[in-house]
Design a protein around this ligand. Structure first.
Ligand code: NAP
Length: 407
C-alpha cells in the first residue's frame, strides 16, 4: 500500500496540452472551480484542486489524467501551465525533510455530486479505442462527400461531411467523437487547436463496410449573443470539397456509448447538430433490423423548424415500428413553441415504461441549455408516477444509463 505523502510534497494534477481538445468538460465538471483556461490551455489551480477526481472520468481524451510529484512550494503555477506547449518531464520525487517521499494513488474516480450524467458506459458497451491519432501524429483523411442537410431557404447551414481513411485503421463507436485540426494560425500565431465533432455514422462506416465516417457540422456565423462571428473550423469544414485532405485526431470518448446487448432500449434526446450521435446509433440499429436484436428506440429531436432540422427527410422515412419520433419545433409558423422537454412530458406514459426497464439507456446531446430542462422533465414524469427521482437518477448514473454531451 502506498504511504500518504508528506505534507511538503504535492501530487500535482496537470492537464496534457498536447492531448487536450479544449472541450471544456473538465472545467464544467469540477465541483470546486479548480480548473480554468485561456486561449491556449486548460489548467488546474494547485491551490484549489483537492484531488477529488470528479473531472477525470468525463474527459474524452484522458488529457486530464496526469500528475506530477513536486515539492509543494514549487508547484507549477496557473500562469506557468497556461504557457505550456507540453507537459514538463517527470522529476525524481522530492524527498521531504525526515520522510521518504512516496507516490500516493489519486482517489478513486467519483462523479461530481452535480454531474447530471454517468461517468461510466453502459455495461454492455463495446470497447472504445481512444487517442490513436494525436496532435503530434494526426491522420490525414480525404473528403468524399459534403452536402447540406437543412433547407437552403434557412439561415441554419448544416452539412453532412464524409471523411475516408483509406487503408489506415480508424476504429470508432457510435457516440464517440473526433478532433479536426483546422489549417492556419490563431491570433497568437500558434496552430489552431483541434475542434471536436461527434460521429454521425455507425461503427461500420457511413457506408457499411467502408473505412469512412460522417460528421454533422453547423456553419458558425454568429456567437451565442447573436453578434457576427466566423467559426474557424466549422467554416473550414463546410467549405471543403471532394478530395480535399483533412487532419484528424482521436477517436475520443469512452462513456457516451450505446449498449451492445440484444433488447436494449434507447431514449435519444437532442437539438440541432446534437443529432449526430443519435443518427449514428439509429443507423446502427437500422442496419440490424432483420436480426431482431433491437429494443425500443424513442427519439426527441428539437429544431426551430422542419427545414432547419438536419436529416429531416431520411428521418421521416424510418418505419414507426422501428423508432418512435417526436419532433419539438420551436419556431414553426402557426404552431406553438415546443422544446424536447415539453414532449417528454407529453409522452410520459411511454417514457415511464422505458425508464422502468433496466435495459434502457438515455442519451442527451445538443444545447447546454436543454440539460436542466430535460432533467426537470424526467424528474416530473417520474415523480408524477409516485417514484423517487433521486433514487432513479442515481441508478441511471451508476449503471451508465444516462449520458449527456452538451455544449
Ligand atoms: P439550435 O438550432 O440553436 O437549437 C435547436 C433547438 O433547440 C431550437 O429549436 C431551439 O429553440 C431549441 N432550444 C434552445 N434552448 C433550449 C433549451 N433550453 N431547451 C431545449 N431546447 C432549446 O441548435 P444548434 O445550433 O444546432 O446547436 C446544437 C448544439 O449541439 C450546439 O451547441 C453544438 O455545439 C452541440 N453539439 C454539436 C455536435 C456536433 O457534432 N456537431 C455534437 C454535440 C453537440 P429556440 O432557438 O427557438 O429557442
Amino acid at each position: 500500500m502506498n504511504a500518504p505523502l508528506p505534507a511538503e510534497v504535492l501530487k500535482q494534477h496537470v492537464i496534457d496540452p498536447e492531448i487536450c481538445i479544449r472541450c471544456n468538460t473538465c472545467e464544467e465538471t469540477c465541483p470546486i472551480d479548480a480548473i480554468t483556461h485561456d486561449a491556449n490551455n486548460y489548467v488546474v489551480d494547485p491551490d484549489i484542486c483537492n484531488g477529488c477526481m470528479a473531472c477525470v472520468p468525463p474527459c474524452p481524451t484522458g488529457a486530464i489524467d496526469n500528475w506530477r510529484l513536486v515539492a509543494r512550494a514549487e508547484a507549477h503555477s496557473v500562469h506557468d501551465q497556461l504557457g505550456w506547449e507540453e507537459l514538463p518531464q517527470e522529476q525524481a520525487p522530492p524527498v521531504a525533510a525526515g520522510a521518504e517521499a512516496a507516490v500516493a494513488e489519486p482517489a478513486a474516480p467519483q462523479p461530481a455530486a452535480a454531474a447530471p450524467g454517468a461517468a461510466v458506459p453502459p455495461w454492455s458497451a463495446a470497447h472504445p479505442y481512444v487517442n490513436l491519432y494525436t496532435h503530434k501524429t494526426p491522420m490525414t483523411a480525404t473528403v468524399v462527400g459534403n452536402y447540406r442537410v437543412t433547407g437552403t431557404d434557412t439561415d441554419s447551414d448544416i452539412h453532412h461531411i464524409v471523411l475516408d481513411f483509406g487503408e489506415l485503421p480508424f476504429p470508432v463507436l457510435e457516440g464517440q467523437s473526433i478532433g479536426i485540426l483546422p489549417p492556419g494560425l490563431d491570433a497568437q500565431g500558434r496552430p489552431h487547436h483541434a475542434r471536436q465533432y461527434s460521429l454521425a455514422s455507425p461503427r461500420d462506416g457511413e457506408r457499411a463496410g467502408y473505412n469512412n465516417l460522417s460528421l454533422t457540422v453547423k456553419r458558425v456565423t454568429e456567437d451565442h449573443a447573436g453578434a457576427a462571428a466566423h467559426g474557424v473550423c466549422s467554416n473550414y469544414l463546410c467549405d471543403l470539397v471532394k478530395n480535399d485532405k483533412v487532419q484528424v485526431i482521436g477517436p475520443f470518448g469512452h462513456t457516451f456509448l450505446m449498449p451492445n446487448h440484444p433488447g436494449a432500449n434507447l431514449i435519444m434526446i437532442c437539438t440541432g447538430t446534437g443529432s449526430a450521435p443519435m443518427r449514428a446509433m439509429t443507423e446502427r440499429c437500422r442496419r440490424r433490423i432483420e436480426s431482431g436484436e433491437n429494443g425500443k428506440l424513442m427519439l426527441f429531436f428539437g429544431a426551430r423548424t422542419e427545414r432547419e432540422l438536419p436529416y429531416f427527410g431520411p428521418l421521416m422515412k424510418l418505419p414507426p415500428d422501428f423508432i418512435d419520433i417526436n419532433l419539438a419545433l420551436s419556431r414553426e409558423a402557426g404552431q406553438p413553441k415546443r422544446y424536447v422537454q415539453d414532449l417528454i412530458r407529453d409522452r410520459a406514459a411511454k417514457v415511464l415504461e422505458l425508464l422502468a426497464d433496466r435495459n434502457t439507456c438515455i442519451y442527451v446531446c445538443g444545447l447546454k441549455g436543454m440539460e436542466t430542462g430535460v432533467l426537470d422533465a424526467l424528474r416530473d414524469v417520474t415523480v408524477q408516477s409516485g417514484q423517487d427521482w433521486s433514487i432513479l437518477h442515481d441508478a441511471l448514473r451508476r449503471e451508465g444509463r444516462l449520458h449527456f454531451e452538451t455544449y
